[in-house]
Design a binder for this molecule. Structure first.
Ligand code: PLP
Length: 424
């Protein structure tokens, strides 16, 4: 469910025609719908009703500060994975005591920033990291609130690049070592362990891997309590998948309701405060990427629709073989003769293909196309490859729109490049 629908023959974001935005800001651009972001947050939080819980939105899915603020205003916390994301969450207005800091490679500087900000929890992913965090905290005369991220050795059944919960992955501490690591942590003056964390991957379309991981967490909590540790909090990570196909064409995904019910069944009676870190499921289909057709190129075996957006703007098709529905912004007439085309970008790589053999109505240069479900892992992964711009991000609310990040173009980048003296 989203808020990008045809109205009077053209796609509108809520009630703003995308063509209006294109005229005002140029193409390509990302567009986010406030109504969709808010709806998904509310559906997710209703699914957890009755559970003592905090939703820490995973900022890495979409780090635009206006998007984060939209969620913070509804009561969301944040899950951050770098000092940069910590800064974003704070600037956007997320209360410091609702921020969780995750990530395998936190530096001393990032740890210090997190402690100074007073975050709720730092999720520690290795014994080496635990030792450094202890030093940083002791030097500041504080205790770091820590959850140990465990690696439950569960296969999430998702794309290999975004599965994180097996022993061969870099994430978390092997669950068989958790007993010992908590004992070590308890002896460290700068560490106050308060919880157990897991996150097994992203775009997970089956509840069973979650259930298997959460059962391990429940068992660990029982074991750690038996060891004498006070475990008041568990962090179940994010990862719930969303449909990317046309009208759910690529299979079904569990609803937030089903996910919430399972969470309550497995960990509801532990007496723990439960953190969840959804990203994609909140913002994924709250965003689209809008591009303009530059050329139509008729080959002998294929027709190429060449657009002004590229893999640097939206890398998911190239990186994960991801499917994004591609739709014309102007509604095609009912009798249009649809045919199969390849939609490609300008970058000098064959991988710069948004869709192969997609059915689209007759199109011409200058027409607008929209790539749906681009709100998560879209703009945040953009680069300036081929000296392209970082495209604008636009937020819509009802009938209004605002540019919430301006285009960052080659002049902006060139202003930060210099020639060394010896080239004078
Ligand atoms: C990426 C990530 C998330 C969010 O994952 P989604 O699939 O977007 O819900 C949550 N927690 C951690 C630790 C992550 O790395």
């Amino acid at each position: 469910m989203d808020h990008f629908d045809y109205k009077n023959g053209r796609i509108c974001a809520e009630s703003v025609p995308l063509a209006h935005i294109a005229k005002a800001v140029g193409t390509p651009f990302y567009c986010y719908a406030t109504a969709t972001i808010e709806r998904h947050y509310r559906v997710f939080s209703q699914a957890l009703e009755g559970l003592d819980s905090t939703i820490c939105y995973a900022v890495k899915a979409n780090g635009n500060t206006a998007v984060i603020r939209t969620l913070a205003r509804l009561g969301a916390g944040a899950d951050v994975v770098s000092g940069g994301e910590l800064k974003r969450a704070l600037v956007a207005g997320v209360p410091h005591d609702k921020i969780v800091f995750s990530g395998v490679a936190k530096t001393r500087e990032e740890m210090a920033a997190a402690l100074d900000a007073g975050v709720m929890q730092i999720n520690v992913e290795s014994e080496a990291e635990l030792a450094i965090l202890n030093q940083v905290a002791v030097a500041r005369g504080v205790q770091a609130p820590v959850a140990i991220r465990v690696n439950p050795d569960v296969d999430a059944g998702t794309h290999e690049k975004i599965t994180t919960g097996r022993t061969e992955h870099k994430f978390g501490i092997e669950w068989t070592r958790v007993h010992q690591v908590y004992a070590e942590a308890a002896a460290m003056p700068g560490i106050r362990t308060s919880g157990v964390a897991v996150h097994i991957g992203s775009q997970i379309t089956d509840l069973e891997p979650f259930r298997a991981a959460f059962i391990k967490v429940r068992d660990l909590v029982a074991m750690l309590r038996a060891d004498g540790h006070a475990i008041g909090r568990i962090d179940l990570g994010g990862g719930l998948g969303i449909p990317y196909g046309e009208a759910g064409a690529n299979g079904s995904v569990p609803t937030p309701e089903a996910y919430g019910k399972m969470v309550k069944e497995v960990v509801g009676d532990l007496g723990c405060h439960v953190l969840v870190e959804p990203g994609r499921v909140i913002v994924g289909n709250a965003g689209i990427l809008v591009a303009k057709i530059v050329y139509i190129k008729e080959g002998s075996t294929r027709t190429f629709v060449i657009v002004d957006a590229a893999m640097n703007d939206l890398i998911r098709p190239t990186l994960y073989n991801a499917y994004h529905a591609i739709v014309p912004v102007a509604e095609p007439p009912a009798d249009a003769a649809w045919k199969e085309v390849d939609v490609v970008g300008p970058v000098c790589e064959t991988g710069d293909t948004f869709g192969s053999q997609r059915k689209l109505p007759p199109l011409e240069a200058g027409d607008l196309l929209a790539f749906r479900t681009a709100g998560a892992y879209g703009a945040v992964q953009a680069s300036v490859y081929n000296s392209r711009s970082l495209v604008p991000e636009v937020l819509v609310r009802d009938g209004a729109f605002a540019v919430v990040r301006e285009r960052i173009d080659t002049d902006d980048i060139l202003a930060r490049e210099t020639f060394p003296d010896w080239m004078d």
